[in-house]
Design a protein around this ligand. Structure first.
Ligand code: IPE
Ligand code: IPE
Ligand code: MG
Ligand code: MG
Ligand code: MG
Length: 303
């Protein structure tokens, strides 16, 4: 499948949304009254790095709903704040204990553990401030806050199971694994699609429930797929390629797709999920083509 990819291997459709969200976040942080040291730590973890996939998905989900991509920018910024918080805390010594993120030292390595914890705390709160202050209507604000709160709880719950376990003894390993991945990573990706769709619908004055349902199924399939690929990258890629330590999951005793099923079966599962995701939006018109392209890219990404 041919793709128009930039230097970092990202499809061209990611460029405009990623730049818009980066600019929005930069301006938002410049206007916040917090200690400069904390703002510097937040900028370090949040800006100039990352694929920005959640805002990109929100933008094209808004477009698929017939709205402007720009309408999704506050939602995308809020998603990226929660995502960056999740990465900063995921990397802490008490969690995955990682030294490298996005090709540079993790925040706790750069600014110390206390600052990393506090920056994560602040980014969580700021995500909701973006949505309370940055939406064109109170109804939209309320809907997006509910979506993001639910998804953030899902992500945190997934991190609990991933890090500390706690499943009932009867739950088979395959079910545990799917639950972890659908929550720790899938929840925010699903929310990105739903929130974008809600922004696009709202810009036209009505919520199309069938469309939200289609994009929810799309987001669920690509969300699980995203973490399976992340597991595969840990096994198959170099640290230089992905900008974070690789070969760690098995050593750390993580339950992952390649650990439980092997690489070949994990690749098969990715193909099934790609098919499922594309099927869930097959009735949408050409407005959903960027989502189709992103789905194909996400099934093949190597960073
Ligand atoms: C990494 O997410 C953590 C997971 C949820 C798998 P990304 O691969 O989206 O990380 P960045 O934002 O591009 O660094
Ligand atoms: C992370 O999963 C999920 C999060 C909520 C951050 P991983 O622990 O596999 O993510 P990486 O590999 O460190 O980016
Ligand atoms: Mg982790
Ligand atoms: Mg990790
Ligand atoms: Mg990983």
């Amino acid at each position: 499948m041919g793709h128009d990819l930039d230097d970092a291997g990202l499809p061209e459709v990611t460029r405009e949304p990623a730049e818009a969200v980066e600019a929005y976040l930069r301006g938002f942080l410049d206007a916040i009254d917090l200690p400069e040291s904390l703002l510097d730590a937040i900028r370090y973890a949040l800006l100039d790095g990352g694929k920005r996939l959640r805002p990109v998905l929100a933008w094209w989900s808004s477009a698929a709903a017939g709205g402007p991509g720009e309408a999704s920018v506050p939602a995308g910024a809020a998603l990226e704040l929660i995502h960056a918080f999740s990465l900063v805390h995921d990397d802490l010594p008490a969690m995955d204990d990682d030294d490298l993120r996005r090709g540079r030292p993790t925040l706790h390595r750069h600014a110390g553990e206390a600052m990393a914890i506090l920056a994560g705390d602040a980014m969580t709160v700021l995500a909701f401030r973006v949505l309370s202050d940055g939406c064109p209507s109170p109804d939209l604000s309320r809907a997006l806050i509910a979506e993001l709160a639910g998804a953030s709880c899902g992500m945190i719950g997934g991190q609990v199971f991933d890090t500390l376990g706690g499943f009932s003894d009867e739950k088979p390993a395959a079910d545990r694994l799917e639950t972890i991945h659908r929550s720790k990573t899938g929840a925010l990706i699903r929310a990105a699609c739903r929130m974008g769709c809600i922004c696009g619908c709202s810009a036209q004055g009505r919520i199309d429930d069938a469309l939200v349902a289609s994009l929810t199924r799309f987001g669920e399939a690509i969300g699980l797929m995203f973490q399976i690929i992340d597991d595969l990258l840990d096994v198959e890629q170099t640290c230089e390629q992905v900008g974070k330590a690789t070969g760690k999951d098995a050593r750390a005793g993580k339950l992952t797709y390649p650990v439980l099923f092997g690489v070949a079966a994990s690749r098969e599962r990715v193909k099934e999920l790609e098919h499922e995701a594309l099927g869930s939006i097959e009735d949408l018109g050409p407005g959903a083509d960027p989502l189709r392209e992103l789905c194909r890219y996400l099934a093949r990404r190597n960073r």
